[in-house]
Ligand binder design. Structure first.
Ligand SMILES: Nc1ncnc2c1ncn2[C@@H]1O[C@H](COP(=O)(O)OP(=O)(O)OP(=O)(O)O)[C@@H](O)[C@H]1O
Length: 264
């Protein structure tokens, strides 16, 4: 692993005077996948948006590619929480993907230029949906929609991919489908990723590091270092449990998976 891609030191993030994330320090290497774990309201989305350069009210040090996040937005793709999957967009899958490239280049076209359509087609093929490029986005399954959104995030050729709860709205078979695309992104593109999740279990195969936050940093390290009873019980209570099966860690938190739709 090479350069430090993200450096955060004593990072505190605000909504007006309210501290949503407090005094967080960590570093992430280039090429690593970080699972950002914590209960409802822990500050996961807030931290992700701040790294994406979309939320600017913070104190402390935060460098992404050695610069403040707002200066490197072109290198970052951010996929918001999955309730956006339900938007009634009247677009074909390929148009949804092409929008990712157009948006990043500050272009809004009704006739999408051919080179961009080609890039969008390649991205759709990468996520295994080349055959469905002309299908309407709203008609796709949950797993297919999430894969289209991944293709859209990839089409601008980012060096950092930030995914907010990419599995939360999906049934178990769709989760498997999306995790296998995430594993392919890691394997074939070597992209650095941060993935927020309530439930790390489907993702521990691709997570190099886990950060557990509850407003403050509770733990940061490899899955084996973080998914330990004495750590997770601090956040999820005495009934939570970490278990190792083969080479993989699993974590049972008893956390209620509330999918909140009441905020932006
Ligand atoms: N736009 C906002 N204005 C004010 N407070 C906010 C805003 N967004 C989030 N918060 C507050 O900041 C805290 C952290 O919220 P955040 O959404 O980052 O948590 P989260 O870990 O992503 O939660 P969840 O798992 O429920 O999505 C919460 O107390 C939340 O109420």
């Amino acid at each position: 692993m090479g350069e430090k891609l993200i450096v955060a030191e004593n990072l505190t993030i605000y909504y007006n005077n309210y501290k949503a994330v407090e005094d967080v320090t960590f570093k992430l290497d280039s090429g690593e996948t970080l699972l950002l774990l914590g209960p409802n309201g822990a500050g996961k989305t807030t931290l992700l948006k701040t790294i994406a350069g979309l939320h600017k009210s913070y104190k402390g040090k935060l460098l992404v590619f050695g610069k403040p996040p707002t200066e490197v937005r072109d290198l970052i793709s951010y996929v918001p929480q999955s309730y956006s999957l339900n938007e009634r967009v009247p677009l074909k899958a390929i148009e949804v993907v092409a929008m990712g490239a157009l948006y990043k280049r500050g272009l809004i076209h009704f006739n999408i230029p051919k080179p961009i359509l080609k890039e969008a087609e390649e991205a759709l093929e990468f996520v295994g949906l080349g055959d469905l490029k002309n299908k309407r986005f709203v008609e796709l399954s949950g797993g297919q929609k999430q894969r289209v959104l991944l293709a859209r995030a990839l089409v601008s050729k980012p060096r950092l991919l930030l995914l907010d709860e990419p599995l939360s709205a999906l049934d178990p078979s769709a989760r498997v489908e999306v995790v296998s695309v995430l594993a392919k992104i890691k394997r074939e593109m070597g992209l650095t990723m941060i993935i927020t999740t309530h439930d790390p279990n489907p993702l521990t195969e691709i997570g190099d590091k886990i950060m557990l936050i509850n407003k403050r940093l509770v733990a940061f390290g490899t899955p084996e270092e973080v998914l330990r009873d004495e750590i997770i019980t601090q956040v999820y209570g005495p009934l939570s449990k970490a278990i190792k099966v083969g080479e993989r860690m699993y974590c049972f938190t008893g956390d209620v998976h509330v999918h909140r739709r009441d905020r932006t």
